[in-house]
Design a protein around this ligand. Structure first.
Ligand SMILES: [Cu+2]
Length: 413
């Protein structure tokens, strides 16, 4: 038996996305999963978008079918507790009921002898004293530690999904966690986005006005910038103890990844607790200095030659633009086919095409917004070619937050 991850990820991702779209439009839906499917889902849970297996698992638990094999984790993700065995193939039938349209999606997938294992991953901590958090994106979910030490912290994010994603890091106000964010924030943004898609700007503004007061106390603390499929990117910031959320609000068919239309199930968010214990990890040393401000946009100093660089991003100031967010910086690789106007337009999520997959360029990471006066770091690895620094703001070029450059030699521009 052969196991080819890209095929499985792509196919299951496609199913998951179709599910999301169907569920967003048709709330009366059920997922039928038999025991074989449960076994299968357990075994490929690291490859399968959680929307399928979470829901299937919840159904199973409701039926009392696999109670001994599944538990509800702290982050309310279902997790396999023991090897349930496996089959060569499994079928997931998804049928929309109570509607004129009956949709059936069938996935017959082949897998290999993967070790299913107990996999106690509910409360992993960072792997070493350098305080690097190894995270991955699997389907439409983050996978990685949920507890880390405070101090200088690196988040290294591997995108094993077939879509562009990112991981903005948000420090949550006292008493607020993933549950509140998913209950009180994500649905409001989705409802507002739906109105914007219908051209109802005033109603959307009214909808965004229903955001709870605490939303404005969320502190955006960097996070890994946009990364295209199969890329790995990392960023480093100084973290104080507290509760944080990693979030991806890229959209697919108008649905934010951070919003899950199934009640009580989470979207693409991941809570991390930063403990009082400090890691003692050192502040990174940068060879490229990038300053970003609302007045002068993006300014870069240093030789942008080939190879690996650490970029220090200095947030000279910070403001809230029309999309409720501040400025940040991402790195995109440009080709002769890249449409810079489309890329610019893509950076505004309030537009129907904004942040909608697929992205109009290949993204290689970056650093999300931070408060004024703070500095964060991210790593780039340049091959010969053309690139753009670009901020996720409305009209980046008008704010001098789109800067292109080419590089062909080591240590030169
Ligand atoms: Cu995403």
């Amino acid at each position: 038996m052969k196991f080819h991850v890209p095929e499985i990820v792509t196919r299951t991702e496609s199913i998951a996305m179709q599910l999301r779209v169907i569920l967003a439009r048709r709330p009366s839906i059920s997922v039928h999963a038999d025991t074989n499917v449960m076994s299968y889902i357990c075994c490929i849970r690291t490859s399968l978008s959680p929307i399928v297996w979470r829901y299937a698992a919840s159904r199973s638990i409701q039926r009392g079918g696999c109670q001994s094999r599944w538990q509800l984790c702290g982050t309310r993700r279902f997790q396999a507790l023991e090897d349930t065995g496996m089959n060569d193939t499994a079928t997931v039938n998804v049928t929309a009921k109570h509607s004129m349209l009956v949709v059936t999606l069938v996935a017959t997938l082949t897998l290999v002898s993967l070790s299913c294992g107990g996999g106690d991953t509910a409360s992993r901590t960072t792997p070493d004293s350098s305080n690097v958090i190894e995270m991955s994106i699997i389907g439409l979910a983050f996978d990685g530690p949920d507890t880390v030490s405070s101090g200088w912290t690196t988040i290294r994010l591997k995108n094993t999904s077939g879509m562009t994603h990112f991981a903005i890091l948000e420090r949550l106000p006292e008493g607020i966690g993933i549950e509140e964010q998913q209950r009180e924030i994500a649905p409001v943004f989705q409802a507002g986005m739906n109105l914007l898609n219908e051209g109802k700007a005033d109603e959307a503004t009214e909808m965004f006005g229903t955001l709870p007061e605490w939303f404005y106390d969320v502190v955006f603390t960097g996070g890994v910038g946009f990364i295209s499929p199969w890329q790995t990117a990392e960023m480093t910031v100084l973290l104080e103890p507290g509760r944080y959320l990693l979030e991806c609000y890229v959209k697919t068919v108008g649905v934010f990844h951070s919003f899950n239309p199934i009640p009580d199930l989470y979207g693409m968010v991941h809570e991390i607790t930063v403990t009082e214990e400090a890691s003692g990890a050192p502040e990174p040393e940068a060879d490229i200095e990038l300053t970003i401000s609302s007045e002068r946009g993006i300014e870069v100093e240093g030789d942008i030659g080939l190879g690996r660089h650490t970029v220090a991003v200095h947030f000279e100031d910070q403001v809230v633009y029309d999309h409720f967010l501040g400025h940040d910086v991402h790195l995109a690789r440009l080709t002769e086919n890249t449409d810079l106007d489309a890329l610019e337009a893509w950076m505004d999520w309030t537009q129907p095409r904004g942040l909608e997959t697929p992205a109009p360029a290949e993204f290689l990471g970056g650093l999300h917004e931070m408060p004024a006066g703070q500095t964060g770091y991210f790593v780039i690895d340049l091959e010969p070619g053309s690139y753009a620094w670009i901020a996720e703001v409305p009209d980046p070029a008008g704010k001098v937050m789109l800067k292109t450059f080419s590089t062909s030699v080591r240590g030169g521009r």
